[in-house]
Design a protein around this ligand. Structure first.
Ligand SMILES: CC(=O)N[C@@H](CCC[C@H](N)C(=O)O)C(=O)O
Length: 371
């Protein structure tokens, strides 16, 4: 299998959560071109689950890849840049999918004793595919339900060949955040007759920045990022609507509750101060990713002695991942895999080194064999 060609073809067709129609078609066609004797392939919404029958199975091991892209305009200038204007695989899910296909190829060539299920999961960036996929596995596809599950995420800051993880908490829990402000707009020349939602939103944004610095214990961690701020329609009309779109990250439920409580109080105060209506929608939320301690230790040890691989003990990160829904129910492991890019995750110039595809499918295949 030419994994670099596959990755580039997938890179050209990024689609956002639950709209991965071309991606699913591409994956299904590719999987159909492989020897089918050991495979059972099922579609789930825009995702796919593939079971590779083991030779003498005692358990089912799962490998999960996410398949969605992000609403970012690509600026890499690469010849295989996104053909979907305004969308990009800027979080490495193209590399994740190619890795999963490479693993599938290896499993077909050299099946394991155990069953392996490969999950091509939609909507990791939002609104979250892992939770409904898990429900589907439990209720409708119990013979695909894994006993343990693993996944990787590319890491631009690590060199090729480096894997990094830790036992226990790896990624934060998350909640999306959407805040709408409505007030009376009007002519730019008569501000005293209006309630300016651009000014109210600017004030709200600044006050939100005090939550992490003033309300969260400095020994704990939290993030409140507003990634999108919009207001108004044109330069000479005072805005009657403004919207903030963001995300909250914490390492425990208590801090998440506290951040939300403070957001709500600040919004009520902004309503009072700016004579407007403010509504809050928390969108979707993800559980934290908790690595199974034994599995993580086993992986670090195995990877550390694997030719061409360096295993590093990482810190927890404030990244979110709906893989956390799997680790809450099944012993699970997520690890970072170095791809050495000057630009980070969610950047329009992210350019992962494809050499990772020569290493990871083999490493994962051999690790699964050892379990
Ligand atoms: C690995 C990664 O980058 N994941 C995303 C998950 C986003 C979840 C949700 N849309 C949110 O923003 O809360 C991340 O931004 O960490």
């Amino acid at each position: 299998m030419d994994l670099i060609k596959i990755r580039r073809e997938l890179h050209e067709i990024p689609e956002i959560g639950f709209q991965e129609f071309k991606t699913q078609r591409y994956l299904l066609d590719l999987i159909a071109s492989l020897p089918q004797e050991r495979l059972e392939v099922t579609e789930w919404r825009t995702g796919i689950a593939v079971k590779v029958a083991g030779k003498d199975p005692a358990k089912t091991i799962a490998w999960r890849t996410d398949i969605d892209g992000l609403p970012i305009s690509e600026e890499t200038g690469l010849p295989f840049s996104s053909k979907h204007s305004g969308f990009m695989h800027a979080c490495g899910h193209d590399i994740h999918m190619a890795t999963a296909l490479g693993l599938l190829g290896k499993l077909i060539e050299e099946p394991l004793e155990d069953h392996v299920v490969i999950l091509f999961q939609p909507a990791e960036e939002g609104p979250g595919g892992a939770l409904p996929l898990l429900d589907w596995l439990k209720n409708d596809k119990p013979d695909f339900m894994p006993d343990l599950i693993c996944a990787l995420h590319i890491a631009p800051e690590h060199p090729i060949g480096t894997v990094a993880t830790k036992p226990g908490l790896l990624f934060a829990n998350t909640s999306e955040l959407f805040i709408d402000l409505h007030g009376k707009g009007g002519h730019a020349a008569f501000p005293h007759l209006t309630e300016d939602m651009a000014v109210a939103a600017a004030s709200l944004l600044m006050q939100l920045q005090t939550i992490v610095s003033r309300n969260i214990n400095p020994m704990d961690s939290a993030v409140l990022t507003v990634g999108k701020l919009s207001a108004g329609t044109v330069q000479n009309i005072i805005a009657e609507h403004a919207r903030l779109e963001g995300t909250i990250r914490t390492l425990n439920n208590e801090s998440m509750a506290k951040v939300k409580q403070r957001i709500e109080r600040i919004c009520r105060a902004v309503e009072e101060a700016y004579n407007c209506r403010v509504s809050i929608d928390y969108g979707s939320s993800y559980l934290e990713v908790n690595n199974n301690p034994e599995l993580a230790e086993e992986f670090l040890q195995f990877a550390g002695s694997f030719n061409g691989v360096t295993a590093v003990r990482s810190e927890a990160a404030m990244t979110g991942e709906d893989f956390g829904y799997f680790t809450a129910e099944i012993p699970g492991l997520m690890f970072w895999a170095g791809v050495e890019s000057n630009f980070g995750l969610h950047h329009s110039k992210l350019n992962p080194d494809e050499a990772i595809l020569g290493i990871m499918p083999n490493l994962v295949h051999q690790f699964f064999k050892s379990l």
